[in-house]
Design a protein. Structure first.
Lengths: 114, 114
């Protein structure tokens, strides 16, 4: 089946720094990728839809200047958390695909901001 | 706003029991309903349902969708401790243009005791 990878799997950063998370589709091309955030014991919340070659579409309440998304190729989307704060600590998950086969999720990135 | 409601939020059973998890939804431009299993990491795909009244089955798991009443159930028979996880229901719907997005329910935490 389709595989989606994420890197890094875990990252700890200091407050005020920026962190970049990569999402790659390994054996298929993805014109659309999705970024989710999941807080402990809560469900996945869609942050934004990443479209190859165009601007991302952000969900209501998600700051586009804080969560920068770049989808420069058909196999790679990146999420940069800028000026991270402790409240940004969360599990970030990307997915790709869709249509008849559902979305394939990456393994997730656990971000801890100290 | 699209809404997905799962019940119960948590459930504790003994090995061998049969469980039924519920998912109701209110969305516009519905395309499909998906069930995922989430353990410690990202969700893993279980079923995608698009047509009403057709049961999908995989081993001890089965699911059915009722598009008229806007709900789905996930059944697990002869539960095992390895079935312990959070089960997420998500509905895929058009979000604008040709894009589709998933809206997740809060999940049902299933604990299967030996």
């Amino acid at each position: 089946g389709a595989v989606v990878s994420q890197h890094p799997s875990r990252v700890i950063c200091k407050s005020g720094t920026s962190v970049k998370i990569e999402c790659r589709s390994l054996d298929f091309q993805a014109t659309t990728m999705f970024w989710y955030r999941q807080f402990p014991k809560q469900s996945l919340m869609l942050m934004a839809t990443s479209n190859e070659g165009s601007k991302a579409t952000y969900e209501q309440g998600v700051e586009k200047d804080k969560f920068l998304i770049n989808h420069a190729s058909l196999t790679l989307s990146t999420l940069t958390v800028t000026s991270a704060h402790p409240e940004d600590s969360s599990f970030y998950i990307c997915s790709a695909g869709g249509g008849l086969y559902g979305q394939y999720f990456g393994p997730g990135t656990r971000l801890t901001v100290t | 706003e699209d809404k997905v409601v799962q019940s119960p939020l948590s459930l504790v059973v003994h090995e061998g029991d049969t469980v039924t998890l519920n998912c109701s939804y209110e969305v516009t431009n519905f395309r499909s309903l998906l069930w995922y299993k989430q353990e410690k990491k990202a969700p893993t795909f279980l079923f995608m349902l698009t047509s009403s009244g057709i049961e999908k089955k995989s081993g001890r798991l089965s699911s059915i969708l009722d598009k008229k009443e806007l709900f789905s159930i996930l059944n697990i028979t002869a539960t095992q401790t390895g079935d312990s996880a959070v089960y997420l229901c998500a509905v895929e719907a058009r979000s604008g243009g040709s894009n589709y997005k998933l809206t997740f329910g809060k999940g049902t935490l299933l604990t299967v005791n030996p």
